[in-house]
Design a protein around this ligand. Structure first.
Ligand code: ADP
Length: 491
């Protein structure tokens, strides 16, 4: 396994922390939103002001018609100079005013208009040719801007060219000023958002930091560590729950491993101590060849037992790491069960145990025959071993919901409830005395579980103290699959 394959996804190390990146994202987002709002507002305001100026200019043009009259072939201002309102209006109209003859010769030009420069004879001709009014923008000598309406003006059969202007510098400056104010205010607001974002991100991420802190302190010694859920049900809460769940599994596995190490060393030490004792006693006390032979024979039996334990351990390790290949063939499970029951009859008879098989259906399944035999063998030998003389053991096989259900039931001593979750662990034994009694090495049920799982099935135990124990194995039915595969036991 290469180091990188241990990660679900190759970790790309970000240069900035999550909090900083979140804050920057807020600021960027707000920056973009505020800039577009500012620009849109500026644009809208400019359009509104332009339209307003155009409307004002419309009004001025109409007012012009009321005061500029034809007298013979000339155009004259007709108003009452004594009338303050009329005088004021005419005064306003003449402030930026140009009147020329069709050739562009100036008839009247106000100082205001002079500052933007009279219209060229070209412009005059063009406007008069089209006969339409046009609105243009003109800039004065000092940079001030005017909106100018120009058009033909008929009087006494002659057509004049008239232009009036409206100063719009001030109006135009408003949107730009607003944008300038906005450009100063926006960074201040962004700064405030950055500060707020920094605190908000910190608050949002603080549960994450708790997980990080907790994960950092995890070691073999404090696997009982859990983080209190927030109770919000959000993603962070789920993370905490997932973390706690992972710790729970880790703790259970670690405890199991610890128990296994203790049990395994105990299992291996017991026969070793016995061998040593027997040989030492023989060395000191044996007098004849016969005495030595006896001592060596007993020692050899223990060596054999040691060998069996080591062999089984090795096989289980291979099974659990996926190194054992299942040779699956369509098999009648009823036949396998019948053969095993027949094999155990003599042993059962010796303990006056009534051993029965109930298998009304053939139960065709794709299984590794040797492994299935081993599974039935382990369950049956346990049932007979732990059931008292005169007891009863029943092997039942039936089909149910697409599964073959194999039950090995006895009316033996039963297993106390608190032992049941551990019964399939390696070397786990219910009663201490069993360590030396019988010939089991305490790995039988671990094998049963692996075999059931390797076939895509399950194994369960039901037991009541004083009433008996039933092991139930479920294997998917179906004989069409015939293949060889490697299967590791999942936990
Ligand atoms: P062993 O080699 O000790 O039989 P197993 O893994 O097969 O190891 O079984 C583990 C323990 O489960 C046994 O030591 C025994 O205490 C308990 N056990 C298994 N089967 C039965 C049963 N049929 N009745 C009562 N106890 C059982």
């Amino acid at each position: 396994m290469t180091p990188s394959s241990r990660f679900l996804r190759p970790p790309s190390r970000p240069a900035l922390g999550l909090r900083t990146r979140l804050t920057l994202s807020y600021v960027l987002l707000f920056g973009v939103v505020m800039t577009s709002i500012g620009l849109t507002f500026h644009q809208a305001l400019s359009v509104i002001f332009y339209q307003q100026a155009e409307r004002l200019l419309d009004g001025e043009w109409h007012a012009l018609k009321g005061f500029l009259r034809a007298r013979d072939t000339e155009l004259v201002w007709a108003y009452d100079p004594e009338h303050p309102e009329e005088a004021f209006t005419v005064d306003r109209l003449r402030r930026v005013f140009l009147l020329t003859d069709p050739q562009g010769e100036v008839v009247e030009m106000s100082n205001g208009y002079a500052s933007i420069g009279r219209e060229s004879p070209e412009t005059v001709r063009r406007v008069l040719e089209t006969g339409q009014q046009v609105t243009v923008k003109r800039t004065g000598a000092k940079g001030e801007t005017y909106m100018v309406r120009m058009g033909p003006y008929g009087a006494g059969g002659r057509t004049y060219f008239v232009a009036i202007g409206l100063p719009v510098s001030e109006t135009e400056r408003v949107p730009s000023r607003m944008l300038a104010v906005y450009a100063i205010a926006a960074p201040v607001m962004l700064l405030a958002i950055a500060v707020l974002g920094w605190f908000a991100a910190g608050r949002a991420l603080s549960p994450l930091m708790r997980v990080v802190e907790a994960a950092r302190t995890v070691s073999g010694g404090n696997l009982s560590l859990r983080i209190e859920p927030l109770g919000t049900g959000d993603e962070l809460d789920q993370l905490i729950e997932t973390f706690n769940g992972m710790m729970e599994r880790l703790e259970a596995n670690f405890e199991q491993m610890k128990r296994f190490s203790v049990d395994a060393s105990h299992e291996l030490r017991t026969p070793l101590t016995a061998i040593r004792g027997q040989l030492e006693v023989a060395m000191l006390t044996a007098r004849s060849m016969e005495d030595f032979r006896r001592a060596i024979t007993t020692a050899l039996e223990d060596v054999e037992r040691l060998g069996r334990i080591v062999q089984s351990l090795l096989q289980l390790a291979q099974a659990e790491t996926g190194q054992i290949r299942l040779n699956r063939q369509p098999e009648m499970l009823a036949e396998i069960a019948a053969r095993q029951v027949a094999q155990f009859q003599p042993l059962a008879a010796r303990k006056r145990i009534e051993l029965r098989l109930l298998a009304p259906e053939p139960c065709l399944a794709s299984v590794d025959r040797l492994q299935m035999e081993r599974l039935v063998d382990n369950l049956l030998s346990n049932a007979i071993k732990y059931t008292q003389e005169g007891g009863r053991v029943e092997v039942r096989l039936r089909e149910e919901n697409g599964d073959a259900v194999l039950e090995v039931a006895d009316n033996g001593p039963g297993i106390p409830e608190h032992h049941l979750p551990h019964i399939f662990e390696k070397f786990y034994r219910v009663r201490e005395g069993e360590r030396t009694a019988g010939r089991g090495v305490g790995l039988g049920l671990a094998f049963v579980r692996w075999i059931a799982r390797a076939h895509g099935g399950t194994v369960q135990v039901r037991s009541r103290v004083g009433e008996g124990t039933t092991f139930e194995v479920r294997i998917p039915l179906g004989g069409e699959v015939a293949r060889t595969e490697t299967v590791g036991a999942s936990r």
